[in-house]
Design a protein around this ligand. Structure first.
Ligand code: HEC
Length: 167
């Protein structure tokens, strides 16, 4: 084989392994994307919230039913970031956003809607530094807001269908 051909062969082999490496890196990055927040949750949250997010009756609330409805409401999103276990954790803003997103997809009984807007590190940075003065009162206010929105949406759907009715 000529020297030039040998060089071309080595170059092609190098390109092929560079591709294999790039593909392996992408796969590893995807695995890491779910791995890191899971580990962060285990180390920083699970002690109180348990592995499945059900918490402990009377002490730590279950997040399984509230997470998605709260994440779909602007005041609810702020509450999720400002609640002390989240805002005061040792996790960075980015890691906190990733844990919240991981929880929404892995620990929620209510499936995340297709248009779910993921938490971002900028959003976490903005709200975590403003502490809640009264966690229970804020939570109750947000819950009332969410409850009030559900029937009004149902009402507007109902009135639209009445409009279409011939009677
Ligand atoms: C020391 C125990 C403890 C740790 C650790 C903890 N939490 Fe909490 N968490 C609570 C308690 C208790 C509440 C109820 C609100 C309150 O009193 O602060 C709560 C409330 C919440 C809520 C709102 C639930 C609701 O129904 O209002 C979310 C979301 C949450 N925690 C997420 C997290 C995340 C994410 C982490 C880890 C980064 C974490 N928590 C770490 C104890 C903890």
């Amino acid at each position: 084989m000529s020297a030039a051909r040998a060089v071309r062969r080595v170059a092609a082999a190098t390109r092929a392994s560079a591709w294999a490496l790039a593909i392996a890196n992408v796969a590893a990055a995807h695995a890491a994307a779910a791995y890191r927040p899971r580990i962060d949750y285990q180390l920083n949250c699970q002690g109180c919230h348990l592995a499945d997010g059900t918490g402990e009756a009377g002490r730590v609330p279950s997040i399984r039913g509230m997470l998605v409805p709260f994440a779909q409401n602007p005041a609810g999103r702020r509450y999720l970031i400002q609640v002390p276990g989240v805002s005061e954790s040792a996790l960075s803003d980015r890691a906190t956003a990733a844990v919240l997103n991981w929880m929404v997809h892995r620990l929620s009984d209510v499936p995340a809607p297709g248009d779910f807007v993921p938490f971002t590190s900028a959003e976490v940075a903005r709200w975590r530094r403003i502490p809640l003065t009264n966690v229970a009162a804020t939570r109750a206010r947000v819950q009332r807001q969410i409850d009030a929105q559900l029937p009004s949406r149902a009402r507007s759907t109902a009135s639209r269908s009445t409009d279409r009715s011939p009677m």
